[in-house]
Design a protein around this ligand. Sequence first.
Ligand code: FE2
Length: 364
Amino acid sequence: MNKDFLPINGTDFVEFYVGNAKQSAYYYCMAFGFQPLGYRGLETGDKEKTSYAIRQGKVTMVLTTALTPDSEIGEHVKKHGDGVKYIALWVDDAAKSFEETTKRGAKAYMEPKTYADDQGKVIMSGIHTYGETVHLFVERKDYKGIFLPGFVEWNPGFKSEPVGFKYIDHMVGNVDWGQMNTWAKFYNEVMGFDQLISFDDKDISTEYSALMSKVMANDNMRIKFPINEPAEGKKKSQIEEYIDFYGGAGVQHLALATDDILHTVGELRRRGVEFLYVPETYYDTVFDRVGEINEDMEEVKKLNILVDRDDEGYLLQIFSKPVEDRPTVFYEIIQRMGAKSFGKGNFKALFESIEREQERRGTL
Ligand code: FE2
């Protein structure tokens, strides 16, 4: 077995560039149950941008906005709308991660750089991936502060209750026509990931639209990146819709893991998070297909949660509608009960649901 040249401990944080970080942070705290963590902006001496760091379980997100008209952050938002800029990976050696990936062909974004304050130091480096998305490598073993140097504690005047998110299960990238294999190869050759599963348009198609997907995972499986590309159908694929509105490749959804999806989704719904709808007929057959589950089936149906089973167990999942006005980034909530797959049995019902939404948007 080859030695892992890019050991990764997990996802460190996901940073979004947004139009109004103050309001985004409030939404993620109040609707999704994230807890305020850190702040940087004018008051901390940053004259270009403001960032709010928020956390729930092991999920850390950063919402960043531009303070000036001519900022690359503003340009990013103008082009893509609110979207993921950085997928930061937690490593033990940021310099070595940079060296091993760039020597295998990664395009450098940032040479290893040390950030320090009175709590210690963090070393970060970065490489480009699909679209304008960047992977940062974060080495934080010599840091004791709340998040990163430059951030102070953020104590807003509101209280938010967590909804039970534990960690990021996977993060999906949408890439342009014919680009899936290019990026699967990038993750394999440049980052040492292996292909876990692949779906072709026969697996993921409805009467109207189709997509193809390959799931790439690192050695310890803590990082899973499915890569989607549109496939030819009678009408416009949801991936194509995303690419059109995002202005190219980018992160499509983040799947957040919970171990009590009934509670998590009940809370999210109560707080106004909108989910894709599957018709009641889905539940006529689903429990014949997946067999016994521990959860109350009536509750599962009432909350419109999807269920699937593979050789190793079952999973429960649900998908939000896009969380911004462009039909781009959305969330999946997932509870794994042994299953390691991605809900293939739900694809058809799900895509028909997305198509109903596309129809309403006039983008099918
Ligand atoms: Fe997913």
